[in-house]
Design a protein around this ligand. Sequence first.
Ligand code: AMP
Ligand code: ZN
Length: 486
Amino acid sequence: MILYNSATRKREEFVPNHPDIVKMYTCGPTVYHFAHIGNLRSYIMEDVLEKYLRYLGYNVKRVMNITDVGHLTSDADEGEDKMLKGARREHKTVLEIAQYYTDAFFSDCEKLNIKRPDVVSPATENIDEYIRIISRLMETGYAYFAGGNVYFDTGRLEKYYIFNDFNAEDLDVGVREGVEADANKRNKNDFVLWFTKSKFEDQALKWDSPWGVGYPGWHIECSAISMKHLGEDLDIHCGGIDNAFPHHTNEIAQSESYLGHKWCNFWMHVHHLNGEHGKLSKSKGDAMLTVSLLEEKGYDPLAYRLFCLQSHYRKALVFTWANLDNAQGSYNKLVAKIAALAPSDEAPEASALETLRERFRAALDNDLNTSLAVTALYDVLKAKTSDATKLAAIAEFDAVLGLRLIEKAAARRAADKKAASAAQGQAFAVIPEDGEPDGEITALLLARRDAKKAKNFAEADRIRDELGARGIVLTDVPGGVKWKRG
Ligand code: AMP
Ligand code: ZN
C-alpha cells in the first residue's frame, strides 16, 4: 500500500516495523463538548485506514487517548484549560464533563460505524507516565524548570521537526502576535511539559509531582500513552491536519529526545472539513454541526460517512446541506440497488470476484483513495456476474468502507416485503353485501384473486363455480369483490 507520509512529504510504500503487527496511534478528542462532524471526518478516514490494513491481513493494534486535561484554548501554552471552561459552562465537575462527552463521542462513533480503538486511555489516568518521562528529560537536559513550569528545550534539538502540511494560520499558533511571550521560555517554540503556574490558577485537576502540584501539558499525554501501550516505536500516527503543528511537532521532539531514536515512521493527517464560509467555527454558527443534528434533520449518519468517503482525506472538504442531501440520495439508491440483489447459498464466481477486488484494492493502495473505492463498489453493481458474486464483493468491500450496506439492504428487503404484502391485503377487499364476513368464503375469494393474478383462469372459474353451487353470487368491483347469498 502506498501512503502519503507527512513527515517525509512523500508517498511511500507502507511497511510496518514488525511484520506481524501494525502499531497505530490516534489523537483522541478533547472531551469538553460534542465532537463536530469535522472532528468526525478525521476519525472516519482513520477508521477506513485501520479497516483496510486489517483487510490486507495485518494485525492492527490501535491506541487512542482521551484529552481530559491540559488542552488549552489555544493549541500553544496560552489560554484556559478547555475542560475547565466546559465544566464552568455546564455547572458540572471536570470529570463529569469528561465522562459525558466521552460517552457522547463513542455513541457518535457507533452511529458512524467507527470502530472503537483497541485501547482508549484518558489523559488523567496516566500521570505517573508523564512524570517518569519528564523526569528523564530533566535528567538528560532536554527539559528545564522556569517560573514554576517545566518546559521542553527545543534549543537542544539538532532539528525541531516541522511538518509543512499546515497553513500559515496554524503555524502562528505558537507565536501569536499580541499574546505576550512567555518570558520563562528559552526559545520561542519551547513548550510546557508540566504546569504549576499558568495564568489560570484555578485549574480543577492537579497532581503532585517533583516540580510541585500541577498538571501536564497537552502534548506529553500522546507520547506517554503511545509508548505505554505500543512500546518504543510506532508505525502510524494519525490526526487532523491542525494537530501537525504544534502538537505532533512537539510529540516528536519529546518522544525522540526521551527515547534517543526515531519514534514514528508514518504520519497521516486528515485535512479539514470546512463550512461554506471557511473553517468550521462557533462564531459562524458551525459549532452545533453534530451527528445528533444530522439525525434531527432526518439524515442517516452513514450518509455523512459516504459523503466523507467520496473525497480524498488530503483535500479540504466543504460541508453544505445540499452536499449532504446528495450523499443521502446516493446512499439510499445504493442500498436499494443492493436490496434488489437476490441473496442465495450459491458460491461466488472466483475470477469475477477477483477482478472486482483488484479495482477496489488499486484504489485504496493508492494513498487510501476512498472515492475510487466507492466507484469500485458501483462497478460491482454494474458487473456482468451473479448476484451471489456481487453480494460477496459488496460484503468484503464494506468491511473496509463501513457503510453497513448488507445490513441496510437486508432491512430494506424485509421492509419492502412487508409493505408489498400489506399493500396486497389492502388493495383487495372481500365485501359481504348482506351479513358477516365468512372466513372460508374470504379464503376462497383470495385464492380466486391469486389465480387470476397468475393468469390461471381455469382455477378462478372453478372457484366461482364452486361458490355458485353453494348459492353465492359474486360481483367484481374495483379493488375487490362483493358477495351475497342468492
Ligand atoms: P480535538 O477534539 O479538538 O482534540 O480534535 C479531535 C480531532 O479532530 C483532531 O484529530 C483534530 O485534528 C481533528 N479536527 C479538528 N477540526 C477538524 C476539522 N474541521 N476537520 C477535520 N478534522 C478536524
Ligand atoms: Zn495527540
